[in-house]
Design a protein around this ligand. Sequence first.
Ligand code: SAH
Length: 325
Amino acid sequence: MYEDELVEIAVEVDGEAAEAVVELFNRYNGGDWIEDSAAGEVSGGGAVVESTGYDDFGSPVPGEFRMLVKTYLKPGPRGRRTRRQIEEGLWRLSLLYPMPEPVARTVREEDWAHAWKRHYKPFRIGRRVLLTPAWEEPEPLPGDVVVRLEPGMAFGTGLHPTTRLCMAALEKWLRPGDAFLDIGTGSGVLSIAAAKLGAAPVWATDIDPLAIRAAKDNALRNETALSPDELHIEQGSVPAGQAGRFNVIAANILAEVLVGLFDCAYDNIPLAEPLAPGGHLILSGILEEKSGMVLSAAAPHGLKEVERRQEGDWVALVVRREHAG
Ligand code: SAH
């Protein structure tokens, strides 16, 4: 292998596995982005997502949509070690998500430099939200909302079905001027979209400090009309002292965590507390068979199901608070 060659590892996945594979590639082979290549510092580069099978409006076509997640490794001992870690990681993931064997091939570094940007393209989630890598100039349709994300370490690339379900529910229930709270914000994707859909104020929390950093960076990258007071991102979970304040709350976390947040299992403020009377709470990250458990935990707080969305095994529930309590 020559100095200017790289090993490409590619695996074909669906949206749910894509998020996990992207995370794996970023974890073991993250680091310098393509922008640093001028300094001769290209190592890692994380994950490249190449997807096909969209319709003319940029929405995935069921049955035709394909995603290939790739990463590129430098020659040398470090690259070989990383490759082993990645192959082991993929093997472990294949126990959770059915996926074909990864395919490895050698490519020229300069081809990679072009491929990287060529393949990470704007894509649509919900009806109006166009997710766009930071360096791309998307072509929005009238009424579209553009959300610029630097693919980072935080969950929330927009590839995962739970994020797409949340975004679709958000578009439906959020009205301009609504106060919006995003618990478990990850990359900040839902909060930034909400701000651009007219929500004010927007509060985002996450227990993971890396997520908070990514969300803040992504918020800066996206000029929203909100002042720093109105777009509030902080480490934590359900915020204290905000009873009845938010018209819409999204929490895309796992069913078990949502139940714990309703029941104050973590000595937390109850998930229902910050919701305004008549407000909507969007609950996602729920496997179908666990939806009953989440609804039972919501019921004692006066929250009733008003909508259910499903993609594969994943369900998002929208519950409403009919009265204060
Ligand atoms: N909102 C993003 C990211 C969802 S991933 C999206 O829809 O794509 C779930 C996030 O919840 C993770 O970033 C995780 O750190 C965070 N999280 C997990 N438990 C939490 C809790 N108890 N309170 C707040 N955030 C939590």
